[in-house]
Ligand binder design. Structure first.
Ligand code: CO8
Length: 260
C-alpha cells in the first residue's frame, strides 16, 4: 500500500514528522510496516534529517498495535514474513540514529505502545479516553521477550512484571506516574511540545548522543539479533495453535460487539 505514512521534513530544523495514516486505527499490517520501514530508512539516510516526531493522523488512536487479521487464518509463510517485519520495525526504530519523539495523540495498545517505547521521549495527550500499555495477555497471547525488554528498559522490572501479567492499559495520568510516558499535555499542545522537546535534544552533539543511545540499547538489540530465527519460529508455532487462533477470533468478535 501507499500513502499510509505521511512524511513532512522541515529542512531548516532538520526534523521530520512521520504521521501514521492507516485508517481507521493504524493497525500494523504487513503493508503498513513495509511502508513505515521504507519511510524511516529514507530519513535515516538523509543527512538533513536529525530528528523524527512519530504521530498519528487517525482520530483518537495512535496505533491499535499489530494487525490482528495478519495473525489469524493465514499460512505459516505469511506469519513468518509478518513477524520478520515486526522485528525489523523494532530494530530500526529502537536503534535509530535520529532523535525520536512519540507524540501520542490517541490510544496506544500493544504494538502501538511498543512503537512509542522505541522512541527517545514520549509526550501524550491528557485525554482520559486514551490508554496505553502492553495488553497482550488480555488477548490470550504473550508479549515476546524483546517487547518485555523494551518495557523493562522504560519503566523497570517490577512495573513491567505487573503490567505484562495483567495486560494493563494505563490512563494518561497512570502512564505518566509509572514513567511509561514522559510528559502529559493538553491534546492541542502535543505537536508543539514535541517540536520544543526536539530542539532541546538536538542541542546535544549528534555523535555523543548517538554513541550514548547505542551504549544503552545495544545489549537489548543484540539479544534479538542472536535469537531472531528462533523468535520467528516461536511466533509461528504459537500463533498457529488452535487455542490461540480461537482466542484471537473471540477477541475480534468482542471488539466488534463492544461497538454495536
Ligand atoms: N488489528 C486489526 N483490526 C483492528 C485492530 C487491530 N489491532 N484494532 C481494531 N481493529 C478494527 C476493529 O475490529 C474495527 O473493525 P470493523 O470496523 O471492521 O469492525 C475497526 O478496527 C475500528 O475499531 P473499533 O470500532 O474498536 O474502534 P474504537 O475507536 O472504538 O477503538 C481501539 C479503537 C482502542 C484501538 C480498539 O479497536 C482496540 O482496543 N483494538 C484492539 C487493540 C489491541 O488489543 N491490539 C493488540 C494487537 S496484538 C499486538 O499488537 C502485539 C502482539 C504480540 C505478539 C504476540 C505473540 C503471539
Amino acid at each position: 500500500g501507499h500513502g499510509q505514512v505521511a512524511v513532512e521534513l522541515d529542512s531548516s530544523a532538520g526534523v521530520a514528522v512521520m504521521k501514521m495514516e492507516n485508517l481507521p486505527v493504524n493497525s500494523l499490517s504487513l503493508d503498513f510496516l513495509t511502508e513505515f520501514l521504507i519511510s524511516l530508512e529514507k530519513l535515516e539516510n538523509d543527512r538533513g534529517c536529525r530528528g523524527v516526531i512519530l504521530t498519528s493522523g487517525a482520530p483518537k488512536i495512535f496505533s491499535a498495535g499489530l494487525d490482528i487479521m495478519e495473525m489469524y487464518g493465514k499460512s505459516t509463510e505469511h506469519y513468518a514474513e509478518f513477524w520478520k517485519a515486526v522485528q525489523e520495525m523494532w530494530l530500526r526504530l529502537y536503534q535509530s540514529n535520529m532523535v525520536t519523539i512519540a507524540a501520542i495523540n490517541g490510544s496506544s495498545p500493544a504494538g502501538g505502545c511498543l512503537m512509542a517505547m522505541c522512541c527517545d521521549y514520549r509526550i501524550m495527550a491528557e485525554n482520559p479516553k486514551y490508554s496505553i500499555g502492553l495488553n497482550e495477555t488480555q488477548l490470550g497471547i504473550v508479549a515476546p521477550f524483546w517487547f518485555k525488554d523494551t518495557m523493562v528498559n522504560t519503566i523497570g522490572n517490577r512495573a513491567t512484571e505487573r503490567s505484562l501479567e495483567l495486560g494493563l492499559l494505563y490512563s494518561p495520568p497512570e502512564a505518566h506516574k509509572i514513567g511509561l510516558v514522559d510528559q502529559l499535555v493538553p491534546e492541542e499542545k502535543v505537536q508543539s511540545t514535541a517540536a520544543a522537546v526536539m530542539s532541546q535534544w538536538l542541542a546535544i552533539p549528534d555523535h555523543a548522543r548517538q554513541i550514548t543511545k547505542s551504549m544503552m540499547r545495544k545489549p537489548t538489540v543484540d539479544r534479538l539479533l542472536a535469537h531472531r530465527e528462533s523468535d520467528i519460529q516461536n511466533f509461528v508455532s504459537f500463533i498457529t495453535k488452535d487455542s490461540i487462533q480461537k482466542s484471537l477470533q473471540m477477541y475480534m468478535e468482542m471488539l466488534k460487539q463492544r461497538r454495536g
